[in-house]
Design a protein around this ligand. Structure first.
Ligand code: B12
Ligand code: SF4
Length: 490
């Protein structure tokens, strides 16, 4: 079959992100013998025109459309990608009769809603490697694709707004699928220049049950890990083919279960690969030994999923650690010479002024390189938090969908914006994506053009950056600011 794979993602903040998932799907389609072409809308000046031209020239028999982001998950500066997705699907339907198959992480969080609103012909929720291939094979043979795990037919869905439980995409494969992403289908080099780093996945899944988190829904509740040698083979060939460049490991959490990351670090060291890398880490079991090994193997810093630094709020968020564990991980990483960016969420159920103050105080005292704090929790169907709120009658199921909906505990709703701006101003290294745009597109382009690579929060380690960064929180603003026309607070 002639298969056109389209990456709809045009978001370039905080960086343009190489479409790794679609490169995996492309590798699977090629392996199955299909003729694959790609359209990447990220950098195109007139993306829809370019797409139309490509569709007319390639005459696909089937289009796979990857929808990575639903919205930017930030409140109140919410960016909603629905209209952009809609214009891409409309363009595809207008320029070809080929069925359009929707997939990607954004789609998989809300497959029923996307099928209804965008009018996809088929959908694949969760991992695409196996399900998409099975769907292609069925369509090529004229068979009914029903029953393939993860494959969604539009007529199979009840109308949104009913009480039907949100369908959860499940991982389609048991072990690792053994594929390498077909990066050559896209312009990986351009992403390195504009995005400052490449991306590699070393395993999928997450065993933790943090209340708000979609990752276990998207990737499964078990870890499925690649062999360390296989991961480092991929990294080695990337460095050989595209020159030396930093890597972001896209795993939900890179340093868990114990032993996995250690194996990769040891393999990097054994091969004397001088790689700079980073990723998401959990404070759980992150001690001195692990941090030192990470540093020796080229880690330049991690985004630590702390979420809070106060015991009560960590419990409310469903975290499996306490504030002392956050402290220990922070100290171990810093002692090993690594940069730390704490990722936190304020305003979840149970939040009080006292818990906000305690978390802010602890984060200031830990003296990390940076803090990224979200204000309000984006509610997604199927997460323990959302389902708990619905069961308790505090939120209606119909309210949790494509229109970005955020939960902010009423006890802190008035207090949060002003207090966090004040904290961010005083600290000088905090990023509040919902309250002040983290970066202007022009500054991002300039930094990358100047050769700054790796995660940009690392720049906040420079003391001269802090006064510049502070400016955005200079005004005492105590309100949430201008509401986005399409988002809700629950
Ligand atoms: C790593 C990561 C990041 C890193 C990326 C670093 C890098 N250089 O790659 C950073 C921190 C930069 C980042 C930024 C953002 N991210 Co992010 N990120 C992730 C994460 C954890 C993994 C993504 C990944 O690479 N997975 C591995 C690849 C192989 O999997 P995949 O892309 O899902 O593809 C598979 C399937 O989806 C499917 N598939 C994909 N495409 C297609 C197409 C077809 C046709 C088919 C059939 C199947 C299919 O098959 C693929 C292979 O199995 C996900 C959460 C998650 N666990 O998925 C969030 C996630 C994608 N991010 C999300 C968001 C919101 C963002 C930001 C907007 C946050 C912000 N406010 O800045 C930005 C957007 C950046 C941008 N330019 O687009 C959301 C998107 C959903 C939503 N809420 O809108 C997610 C799902 C997290 C969440 N909150 O639930 N992110
Ligand atoms: S927040 Fe991190 S540790 Fe918790 S479930 Fe999500 S990916 Fe796993």
């Amino acid at each position: 079959m002639r298969v056109l794979l389209v990456s709809a993602n045009r978001e370039r903040i905080p960086d343009p992100i190489f479409p790794l998932g679609l490169a995996y799907v492309g590798a699977a389609a090629r392996r199955a013998g299909h003729r694959v072409a790609t359209a990447d809308l990220c950098f195109a000046r007139r993306p829809l025109q370019a797409l139309r031209r490509q569709v007319v020239e390639f005459r696909p028999e089937l289009v796979g459309l990857s929808l990575r982001n639903v919205d930017n998950a930030a409140y109140p500066l919410t960016v909603d990608y629905l209209e952009r997705h809609r214009e891409v699907v409309d363009c595809l339907h207008a320029s070809s009769d080929a069925p359009v198959v929707l997939g990607g992480s954004g789609f998989s969080i809300l497959p029923r809603e996307y099928m209804r609103v965008l009018g996809g012909d088929w959908g694949v929720a969760g991992e695409g490697e196996l399900a998409f291939m099975a769907l292609l094979a069925a369509l090529a043979d004229g068979r009914e694709p029903g029953g393939i795990p993860g494959v969604i037919a539009p007529q199979g869905w009840t109308p949104a707004g009913t009480d039907a439980p949100a369908p959860l995409p499940q991982a389609a494969a048991d072990g690792w699928h053994g594929l390498r992403p077909a990066r050559d289908l896209f312009d990986y080099g351009r992403y390195l220049r504009r995005g400052g780093m490449g991306n590699v996945q070393t395993k999928s899944g997450c065993v933790f049950k943090c209340g708000y988190c979609t990752y276990p829904l998207l990737e499964g509740r078990r870890f499925r890990a690649r062999e360390a040698g296989d991961v480092v083979d991929e990294i080695e060939s990337l460095q050989r083919d595209y020159g030396s460049h930093p890597i972001f490991f896209v795993d939900s959490i890179l340093n868990f279960p114990p032993g996995h990351l250690e194996g990769i670090c040891e393999e990097l060291l054994r091969r004397r690969l001088r790689l700079r890398w980073s990723g998401y880490a959990t404070p759980v079991k992150l001690g001195m030994e692990q941090a030192r090994l990470m540093a020796r193997a080229g880690c330049e810093g991690v985004e630590l999923g702390s979420d809070a630094a106060e015991d009560g709020q960590l419990r409310h968020l469903g975290k499996s650690f306490d504030a002392a564990t956050v402290w220990r991980a922070n100290d171990a990483l810093k002692a090993a010479g690594l940069r730390v960016c704490h990722s936190v969420i304020f305003g979840a159920p149970g939040e009080t002024e006292a818990s906000v103050r305690a978390t802010c105080g602890a984060l200031r005292a830990m003296r990390p390189t940076a803090v990224v704090a979200m204000t309000g929790v984006r509610l997604y169907p199927g997460t323990p938090l959302t389902e708990g709120l619905i069961a308790a009658g505090r939120v209606a199921r119909a309210d949790v969908g494509l229109t970005p909906a955020f939960y902010i505990e009423s006890a802190v709703a008035g207090f949060l914006p002003g207090y966090l701006r004040q904290q961010a101003h005083a600290a000088g290294n905090w990023v509040l994506p919902g309250l002040a745009a983290p970066l202007l597109p022009a500054s991002q382009r300039l930094l990358r053009a100047l050769g700054v690579s790796g995660p940009l929060w690392r720049l906040l380690r420079f003391s001269w950056m802090r006064p510049l960064h502070r400016i955005r929180f200079r005004r005492p603003g105590t309100s949430w600011g201008v509401p986005h026309p399409r988002r809700k607070v629950l």
